[in-house]
Design a protein around this ligand. Structure first.
Ligand code: PEP
Length: 244
């Protein structure tokens, strides 16, 4: 039985004061459940703040990106070992905003997932098609290609990863995939995972998840939780959807 995992992606939002209030509210409001893991992925400068606030609680924390390299002349990048020093459990790799705005290739995403695991972090590898790709009937090809790159890079370690299906057309748009649309893609990914001997990998859905739609999405057999952007910045909303 795969327990559900709900992860907040703060993106490039926050500040010391507002983070402190949000973290306190998450700690105070979350009723621990054996079948549910909860986490926040915060901007790099706030990892220490997240660690100090959340250590010893049911909440895990992580980062939103990582370098494929362990160290060296890579100005502006952050190594997985550095994230591990801050107690990170998770790191996002291949978020569509990294792919689209920073030109990250499938191979780069796979290499980042490898680097994360080498440092003891769990990579949350994001895949998802654009609206144009969906309308052209290409979602299987796109999502399959993105998945295959991660699987090829991780090889026998694929079972240690988490996947997130995030249709680009549903991210930050208020437009959510229907539970049935999400399930269709998650079942496709589950079959790929099964063929790779990694059927137990959790597959999160991301794209305008909120308290009002989380229960129906999470009820789908292959939806193992959510990766949540905007709604993770509002404690009451995030707590409600995480418990849905
Ligand atoms: C995300 O960026 O991972 C995301 C799912 O964003 P939102 O929930 O705001 O659509």
């Amino acid at each position: 039985m795969r327990g559900k995992l709900v992860v907040g992606n703060w993106k490039m939002n926050g500040g010391l004061a507002s983070n402190a209030a949000l973290l306190v509210a998450l700690l105070a409001g979350w009723k621990p459940r054996a079948d549910r893991d909860v986490a926040v992925c915060v901007p790099f400068p706030y990892l220490g703040q997240a660690r100090d606030a959340l250590a010893g609680s049911p909440w895990s924390w992580g980062a939103q990106d990582v370098s494929r390299h362990a160290s060296g002349a890579f100005t502006g990048d952050v190594a997985a070992g550095m994230l591990a020093e801050f107690g990170c459990r998770f790191v996002l790799v291949g978020h569509s905003e990294r792919r689209q705005l920073h030109g990250e290739s499938d191979a780069e995403v796979g290499a980042k997932a490898v680097a994360a695991l080498a440092a003891g972090l769990t990579p949350i590898a994001c895949v998802g098609e654009t609206l144009a790709e969906r309308d052209a009937g290409q979602w299987q090809a796109v999502v399959g290609r993105q998945f295959d790159a991660v699987a090829a890079a991780l090889e026998k370690d694929l079972p240690l990863a988490v996947l997130a299906y995030e249709p680009v057309w549903a991210i930050g748009t208020g437009r959510t995939a229907s539970p049935e649309q999400a399930q269709e893609v998650h079942a496709f990914l589950r079959e790929r995972l099964r063929q790779a001997g990694a059927a137990g990998v959790r597959i999160l859905y991301g794209g305008s998840v909120k308290a009002g739609n989380a229960r129906d999405l999470f009820a789908m057999p292959d939806v193992d939780g959510g990766l949540v952007g905007g709604a993770s910045l509002v404690a009451t909303e995030f707590l409600a959807l995480a418990g849905a």
